[in-house]
Design a protein around this ligand. Structure first.
Ligand code: PEP
Ligand code: MN
Length: 346
């Protein structure tokens, strides 16, 4: 529920609303706005009797949030969230951000080659997992802490920001030492204790849609992170399990405008996991940006044929250059621009 205060309502009226909400056994979240202050009521599971609040001085209107998720909904916050990254990069404003790199960190040479290639083509964030959630316990599980160290080296060397996955609370603390953005992968989208931990972190979280998750479930998972106090969540459409094995997943492009309608959070697209085949990545990247995605997450490997994970969907560096060229054209046609590396900005 949202309690909208009158324009210019004095602080004592706002304080009174906050103390009444707490008296009723809920939590209050005052949100000062340009025109007026809104006080959010959280902690309820179902409709709240608002009669006590309606009668308070300074209260203009009460809005009942109709969705099961609250703080992530556009009803709660009509203006789009802009997630701010180090170096002045943003996600969710006009800029379209490209995060690219291999599926996994495999060696110093591999990650540095990948980082240079994606930076030279215009990416601003390096992606690569040090902790890998693999379907088989016998597949490469990632380099762990050593991989994180290599990611820190790659950032030092290239100036790229780092997005990398945390699979559990313990790994999250390690990832937080290095990452600029913490990735929570599809398989962990409903790992509620991990979501709560990420909600207490002070870094942006990239939350990927689960393999069989509805959009509503994705938004409820994001709600866990916001409810713990972290407002910086970026959603990611990466395809859901379909019935047709021609592609690895069913890349749900329509999720992009749907999420933009339901939520103020930014959403990026991952056409690599979405399709599973490198030849389909460029067309779907173009389509995702045209559909309004706030960014792309793309797998690129210096030698995809030798990749330890997801080689078939990893682009060769020259394919990634093409993706960037073609994406830039589409981004400009829809009145946006590609995010520039920190040094390139005026
Ligand atoms: C990844 O980004 O490499 C990954 C494991 O993705 P997902 O969680 O979407 O499968
Ligand atoms: Mn992968």
């Amino acid at each position: 529920m949202l309690i909208v205060m009158r324009h210019g309502a004095p602080q004592q009226d706002i304080d009174r609303v906050v103390s009444t909400i707490e008296d009723m056994g809920y939590h209050a979240r005052p949100m000062p706005g340009k025109q007026r202050t809104t006080v959010g009521l959280v902690g309820n599971d179902g409709r709240v009797d608002s009669s006590r609040l309606e009668a308070l001085p300074g209260v203009q209107e009460i809005i009942h949030v109709t969705k099961p998720y609250k703080q992530v909904s556009r009803e709660w916050k009509p203006e789009s969230t802009v997630v701010r990254l180090p170096g002045g990069l943003t996600i969710g404003a006009d800029d379209v951000i490209v995060m690219a790199g291999p599926c996994s960190v495999e060696s110093e040479r591999q990650i540095l080659d990948a980082a240079r290639a994606v930076r030279d083509a215009g990416a601003t964030v390096l992606r690569a997992g040090a902790f890998k959630p693999r379907s088989s316990p016998y597949s490469f599980q990632g380099m762990g802490r050593a991989g994180l160290k290599l990611l820190a080296r790659a950032r030092e060397e290239t100036g790229l920001l780092i997005v990398t996955e945390a699979m559990d609370a313990e790994g999250l603390d390690q990832v937080l030492e290095v990452a600029d953005i913490v990735q929570i992968g599809a398989r962990n989208m409903q790992n509620y204790s991990l979501l709560k931990h990420a909600g207490r972190a002070r870094k942006p979280v990239l939350l990927k849609r689960g393999l069989s998750a509805t959009i509503s479930e994705l938004l409820l998972s994001a709600e866990y992170i916001l409810a713990e106090g972290n407002p910086d969540v970026v959603l990611c459409e990466r395809g859901v399990r379909g019935f047709d094995t021609t592609t690895r997943n069913l890349f749900d492009l329509s999720a992009i405008p749907v999420v933009h309608g339901l939520s103020h959070l930014p959403i990026i697209a991952d056409p690599s996991h979405g399709t599973g085949h490198r030849d389909m990545v460029i067309p779907m990247a173009r389509a995702a940006v045209a559909a309004g995605a706030d960014g792309l997450l793309v797998e690129v490997h210096p030698t995809p044929d030798r990749a330890l994970s997801d080689g078939a969907q990893s682009l060769y560096p020259e394919q990634f250059e093409r993706l960037m060229r073609e994406t830039r054209i589409i981004v400009e046609v829809i009145g946006r621009r590609l995010a520039e590396p920190a040094g390139a900005r005026a």
